[in-house]
Design a protein. Structure first.
Length: 412
């Protein structure tokens, strides 16, 4: 790619990231909250989306893949080679992929930018970045595109959105075994993002059993080959959270890295522990600033990621909270997030008592961002369970549906 195109892409990134950063300014401080279902915490000016009409997938099977409901939650099971997984996704999700593949266009247009002008630039950047990831991921996307009769470049861009956008504002809350009522790790996570009228409607759990790799569950939408929230059959769980500033002097976008969402999938396919995940993350070229909340059955950390380094933040006592900023001294640029403070207040309120799953759920509700919070979940790595609820937001006010993963990972 020419230097001129690279400079133009950087300028576009500044426009997107800068606008989103201003939009993510936290609201004014509020008093300490008790551990209960709390009032919304919603940043002003963040672009929202109109309510989405109800939708229900059509249950089906295709080859070794299937789509079935658990309660109100659609669960895909995909397995085999990359080509087979791509084909199964395309056939089982055929009714939703066309509108989902329009999402990158909607994101670009959200900021008043010319999509037709930017698409070839974003495509070139995404294609370059995907070249730093294992080839099997591109093969899966190409297969999905083939059986959807779609342009594969749309999938490349969609799976690079971690790098090419900054309009999210998620929260994570990890409680180590010593502080839970079950004696097992609990990992709560809200995914906060404009839905563009589709992301909440088509949210699902995807059980993926890649040939020769660890099986994993991804909480996502069809077409997302990468992972933004997930857990594997070894109990390694992770979730990504946007970051808007770094002190280490690194660029906010380095296209010489691999798309982070694909790196996170690689971690779930190849790693079993936090230490193994860290080693893979450190050796893989990274594209941007990001927090990655990560735990196995015994240890929880926040990886504070930049193109220059991977910092590791350990729990405060037995609790680890994370929102949209770095905390390590050599990376942090001010901490003004009210959601982060609220989670701290809730920990103080518990005064050393153990957290139940219901209380972790209530903690996540206390930091929801109204319409933006269209996915919420709690991972239990030891028992291989995930408890989920989907939008329209705030979905934290809905009861959680448990998905038992152990047998699904084993193909039973």
């Amino acid at each position: 790619m020419s230097h001129a195109v690279c400079r133009l892409l950087m300028a576009v990134s500044v426009v997107l990231f800068g606008q989103a950063t201003r939009a993510a300014e936290p609201p004014a401080a509020r008093p300490q909250l008790p551990l209960r279902l709390a009032a919304p915490v919603r940043p002003k000016q963040l672009p929202l989306s109109p309510p989405s009409p109800p939708f229900r997938y059509t249950e089906a099977t295709h080859g070794a893949g299937s789509l079935k409901y658990v309660g109100e939650i659609p669960v895909f099971t995909l397995q085999g080679t990359p080509e087979q997984i791509g084909e199964q996704t395309a056939v089982l999700a055929k009714e939703v992929l066309p509108p989902l593949l329009e999402t990158p266009k909607r994101i670009i247009q959200q900021f008043g930018l010319n999509y037709d002008l930017l698409r070839p630039i974003a495509t070139a950047a995404a294609t370059s970045m995907i070249g730093h990831s294992p080839e099997r991921f591109r093969a899966e996307m190409d297969s999905l595109a083939k059986y959807t009769n779609a342009d594969a470049s749309l999938l490349y861009v969609a799976n690079s959105l971690t790098e090419l956008r900054r309009i999210g504002g998620c929260s994570a809350f990890l409680v180590t075994p010593d502080r839970t009522a079950t004696g097992e790790m609990m990992f709560g996570r809200n995914f906060d993002f404009p839905t563009f009228g589709v992301l909440d409607r088509y949210s699902c759990v995807m059980i993926v059993r890649p040939e020769g790799k660890h099986a994993f569950a991804s909480i996502a939408v069809p077409g997302l080959t990468g992972v933004i929230s997930g857990m594997n059959d070894a109990g390694l769980a992770l979730a990504t959270l946007d970051v808007y500033a770094s002190r280490d002097g690194s660029s906010m976008f380095d296209m010489n890295g691999a798309p982070l969402a694909l790196t996170y999938r690689q971690m779930l396919e190849e790693c079993e522990t936090v230490e193994e995940a860290r080693a893979l993350l450190e050796k893989t070229p990274r594209t941007t600033w990001m927090n990655l909340a990560c735990c196995d059955r015994n240890r929880a950390v926040i990886f504070e990621i930049t193109p220059k380094k991977v910092g590791v933040r350990d729990p405060e006592g037995d609790i680890l909270r994370c929102t949209n900023h770095f905390m390590l001294p050599d990376l942090a640029v001010g901490v003004r997030c009210e959601r982060f403070k609220t989670l701290g207040h809730l920990v103080d309120f518990k005064a050393g008592e153990k957290f139940t799953l219901e209380e972790v759920h209530r903690c996540m509700h206390s930091v929801h961002q109204s319409e933006l919070t269209f996915q919420t979940m709690i991972f239990e790595p030891a028992s291989l369970k995930v408890h989920v609820a989907f939008g329209p937001g705030p979905c934290t006010q809905k009861p959680l549906q448990v998905i038992e993963l152990a047998d699904r990972f084993a193909g039973k």
